[in-house]
Design a protein around this ligand. Structure first.
Ligand code: H2B
Length: 221
């Protein structure tokens, strides 16, 4: 009585002969476990019909049981549902401030941010500091040092373009001919609004590499 494995081997040898002739792939279904399908490569990938995937991964007919379930109909969800990827609401909080636009400051519902709200936004404008002005009102300040007086004025000019485009303006201070402090707040409310942080983010995006002395890179020996 020949063992199952002997029969299996005989079959696979015979089929290999067949598959080589056609250059296709032949599935030798193991008699021990009908779910296990051993694929035998026949010929090189270029020969025979079928897609590369069929040749590389080996296609197989669906099992009788799969056909019975009519699995094409029982797909998850409804095949013609329009899957719209909606970004989560939270994304609004991390879309860069520099991409936003200032809104007219005269809106009646515009009011100054609280210190904690301002501190949250401040984290999105690196280099800027929150400072207190008269009456405990808040200001947003940042300092620069430029090569010289003319470069400092050039920086003011670049800020002016951004401010005019946004309809929101900073206070510009130039002392000691090349030390600049930019102070931003919303005059209409006497404190800070999101406009001030949007303007600060846009000022941060101004390229000043041609205006400042090249910092010699520090090499720590
Ligand atoms: C009419 C015009 O929008 C307003 O006067 C703007 C101009 N720029 C401004 N800039 C700042 N920082 N605060 C304001 O209240 C303000 N108001």
């Amino acid at each position: 009585m020949r063992s199952i494995s002997q029969v299996g081997k005989q079959w696979s040898t015979a089929l290999r002969g067949v598959s080589t002739a056609f250059g296709g792939r032949v599935g030798v279904r193991s008699s021990r476990n009908p779910r296990l399908v051993a694929m035998k490569a026949g010929g090189d990938l270029g020969q025979g019909g079928g897609s590369l995937q069929e040749k590389v991964e080996g296609a197989r007919e669906a099992y009788a049981g799969e056909v019975e379930t009519n699995f094409a109909e029982n797909t998850l969800g409804n095949p013609d549902t329009e899957h719209i990827k909606k970004p989560p609401e939270k994304i609004k909080e991390i879309i860069g401030l520099a991409k936003k636009r200032c809104i007219p400051c005269e809106g009646k519902d515009i009011k100054a941010l609280t210190e904690s709200e301002a501190d949250l936004l401040r984290k999105q404008v690196p280099g800027w500091k929150l400072e207190k002005a008269e009456g405990n009102s808040l200001r947003l300040n940042c300092d620069w040092k430029f090569k010289n007086f003319v470069k400092s004025l050039e920086f003011f000019q670049r800020i002016a373009e951004v401010a005019e485009a946004e309809g929101h303006h900073p206070d510009l201070h130039l002392v000691g001919w090349n030390k600049v402090t930019v102070e931003i707040f919303t005059h209409a409310v006497g404190g800070l609004t999101e406009n001030d942080f949007i303007l600060a983010a846009k000022i941060n995006d101004i390229d000043t590499s041609d205006l400042t002395s090249k910092k010699k890179p520090k090499f720590w020996a």
